[in-house]
Design a binder for this molecule. Structure first.
Ligand code: FAD
Length: 343
């Protein structure tokens, strides 16, 4: 495929629209796409721009149409058999050529494993910068530039970064942080199908086989109830109690980084700045002190219950209900009470 040329002499006024790079896996739209649409619509309201979602794939027309029900102005569906599965080359060439041709002002990508691979390659191909792993986006009220905020220096401070002279302004955004766009009944947007002229020769690394991990995966981002354990559980066996409570409540198991670092539980359970960001209906923090890096990933939970033996633990400053006590006594008592109320 012929690669479009990067324009070095940029006129900022030529750039329009906010693009969300939609993500699909095995033909199903990833939830981060809906979160990015929610964020793009918020930003678009401030600078009066259109929201466009770009999705690459093949034979996924039905899933693509569903995106219109999140109130976007347009979905550009990059359809080609070579785009059925993600490939760094296929996707980055197709999307960057479209960016160079259509000139969006802002491009948002999910900071998933795919997005972290794709985002920087697109940015390099179109000759712009990229702020990775953003947790907050806003518009500068004065010059209307995108303010991209992310943790910096080991999470000790938040840095707000701008892209002053290049376009588009590109960011990867952490899954689970932004609020999902609301579903609407009567969409007004349109789907445009574009067939990128990529060839086998463009894709250097080929997908030979997709193998799924046999590990049970945890869905922390969409969980309504999360029961998390910290160093206060005292060891891997302490997580049996955490799992028992989570099971009784139909929730998922989370953990602080201290437990992951100690090898008590798999890293996919980690919540916080360097783990998953969650916002469940109820978050139980059991034996977790409430370090700033842990709070960064769960303080937006609707209702926080903390169980800690230390009445001065910082977690009590952010919780809605605090229980001072030994989790080995409190959790079994809670399970017993749940059992009683069932019958
Ligand atoms: P501790 O701080 O040791 O707290 C244990 C708590 O358990 C104490 O409050 C204690 O009173 C209580 N306790 C003890 N026994 C009992 C009992 N029997 N019953 C009830 N309570 C009891 N941390 C994260 O969690 N997520 C992250 O993503 C993350 N990212 C980080 C990134 C960076 C760059 C850095 C520097 C740190 C990061 N951390 C992260 C680590 C963070 O700073 C804390 O060290 C960690 O969160 C502490 O975990 P904890 O609360 O389980 O342990």
């Amino acid at each position: 495929m012929k690669r479009a040329k990067v324009n070095q002499n940029i006129n900022l006024n030529d750039y329009n629209d906010i693009w969300v790079i939609g993500e699909q896996r095995e033909g199903k739209i990833h939830p981060v796409t809906i979160e990015l649409i929610g964020e793009a619509k918020k930003l678009a309201g401030e600078i009066n721009k259109k929201v466009v979602v770009v999705v690459a794939g093949y034979e996924i027309n039905e899933e693509v149409n569903k995106l219109l029900y999140y109130g976007v102005d347009k979905v550009i569906y990059l359809s080609n058999p070579l785009l059925k599965n993600f490939s760094t080359d296929g996707y980055s060439i197709s999307i960057s050529n479209l960016i160079l041709e259509r000139k969006p002002e802002i491009v948002l990508v999910g900071a998933t494993s795919i997005g972290r691979d794709l985002g920087p390659r697109i940015a390099a191909k179109v000759g712009t910068g990229l702020v990775a792993d953003c947790t907050m986006l806003s518009i500068d009220p004065e010059d209307k530039k995108l303010l991209q905020t992310r943790p910096a220096f080991g999470g000790n401070l938040m840095a707000t970064i701008i892209c002053p002279i290049n376009r588009p302004q590109m960011a990867t955004v952490r899954p689970g942080v932004m609020k999902k766009a609301t579903h609407i009944d009567r969409p007004t947007g349109v789907v445009e199908v574009v067939a990128p002229a990529i060839t086998e020769a463009d894709i250097v690394a080929k997908v030979v086989k997709i193998m799924k991990s046999s590990k049970k995966t945890v869905d922390l981002t969409d969980a309504k109830i999360i029961v998390s354990g910290g160093r206060g559980v005292k060891g891997p066996e302490g997580f049996e109690l955490i799992k028992a409570l989570a099971e009784k409540l139909g929730g998922e198991v989370g953990a602080s980084r201290a437990c992951i670092d100690s090898g008590w539980i798999d890293s996919m359970h980690q919540i916080g700045q360097t783990g998953t960001t969650v916002r469940p209906e109820v978050y139980f923090a059991c034996g977790i002190s409430g370090a700033i890096q842990h709070l960064a990933g769960m303080s937006d939970s609707k209702y926080i219950v903390a169980i800690n033996s230390d009445p001065a633990a910082p977690i009590f400053n952010v919780c809605d209900l605090g229980i001072v006590g030994d989790l080995k006594e409190v959790i079994p008592a809670m399970i017993e009470e749940i059992e009683k109320n069932k019958t």
